[in-house]
Design a protein around this ligand. Structure first.
Ligand code: PBG
Length: 339
């Protein structure tokens, strides 16, 4: 009789992959809707639901529609939204960003009243509000060469970002999220919030925000593409990872409560690196272009959308994100419930 040679020393890893229950038992990373932040675009009007072509399933919503959609997402276990405003009018100084009756301020007040325990986060930036589409105000150049993207005036912009954050906080925002990538923006906002009785309002800083091609659909949605030049004079250069550590360190020193890496998928290495560096809560922004890629492939039947989306979101959590800002939040929450 032939005796089968048993590989005594072979490590057997497959034992813990046998059943759904065992896999669940030893799972290292779990997704939960409580960690999702759902980004939403708000505009003027009533009963408006304007689809965003490059972001299937996402809309520009009037405030009334926003309130009813938030009701639906809360039913799925999502507790946080991040608001972006689409003003009726723009100007070079982006004044609708910090107007007391600006679109985001109106939306925050209405949401606050309708959903008292919702976590309301607001994006603090000028690019949706400026006629030139840059994230700050421009310093005119006198040498006759015209205005270039590196002429966004850092310190003049700080004051406007601080005003924007305060007006959103006063309207009722829980968390303000500066995304303009101006140096000193967290310190300026913290100081302004503290001076206006908004000590309780937290800052989630877009600390490591890269100059990425993956913001394309968002810029279409928000009408915020720069009218000349690009954002490389203020957003981070994608090849740099050590510099992300510097950005994060500076933001924490300036008083950021939550730091962020953005985009998520092309920068998972940066996310995992920042995770090892900080104890503060870490957010990752799964941006519009990442969403559009999955949606487009799924629409062609080239990907199994629920599996692909949950795999992407799991990867972001595994790399170290505590919070995941994602347009997939609604669908992902529903799929997680069924799993
Ligand atoms: C505003 C802002 C942008 C995004 C978030 N806040 C656009 C940009 O920097 O051009 C992008 C979000 C996304 O692509 O989903 N500065």
């Amino acid at each position: 009789m032939q005796v089968t040679q048993r590989p005594e020393r072979a490590v057997r890893l497959r034992r813990l992959r046998r059943t759904d229950a065992i896999r669940e038992l030893v799972r290292e990373t779990r997704l939960h809707p409580h960690q999702f932040v759902y980004p939403m675009f708000v505009r003027g009007g009533r009963r408006v639901r304007e689809p965003i072509p490059s972001m299937p399933g996402q809309f520009r919503l009037s405030v009334d529609e926003l309130v009813s959609d938030v009701g639906a997402i809360r039913g799925l276990g999502i507790d946080a939204v991040l608001l972006f405003g689409l003003p009726d009018a723009k100007d070079p100084a982006g004044s609708e960003a910090y107007a007391d009756d600006g679109i985001v301020q109106q939306a925050v007040r209405t949401l606050r009243a309708a959903h008292p325990d919702l976590i309301v986060m607001t994006d603090v930036c000028l690019c949706e509000y400026t006629t030139h589409g840059h994230c700050g105000v421009l310093r005119p150049v006198s040498n006759g060469t015209g205005v270039r993207d590196d002429d966004v005036d850092n310190d003049a912009t700080l004051e406007l970002l601080a005003r924007t954050a305060v007006s959103q906080a006063v309207a009722g925002a829980d968390v303000v999220a500066p995304s303009a990538m101006m140096d000193g923006q967290v310190a300026a906002i913290r100081r302004a919030l503290d001076e206006t009785g908004c000590q309780h309002v937290a800052i989630m800083s877009y600390s490591a925000k890269y100059a990425s091609a993956f913001y394309g659909p968002f810029r279409e949605a928000a009408g915020s593409a720069p009218q000349f030049g690009d954002r490389r004079g203020y957003q981070m250069d994608p090849p740099n990872a050590r510099e992300a550590e510097r950005e994060v360190a500076v933001d924490l020193a300036e008083g950021a409560d939550i730091v962020m890496v953005k985009p998520a998928l092309p920068f998972l290495d940066v996310l995992s690196r920042i995770r090892r560096m900080v104890t503060a809560p870490l957010a990752a922004y799964n941006v519009s272009g990442e969403y559009a890629m999955v949606k487009a492939a799924a629409e062609h039947g080239w990907l199994d959308e629920p599996r692909a989306v949950l795999e992407v979101l799991t990867a972001i959590a595994r790399a170290g994100a505590d919070l995941i800002i994602t347009y997939h939040a609604k669908e992902a929450a529903a799929w997680l419930r069924r799993r």
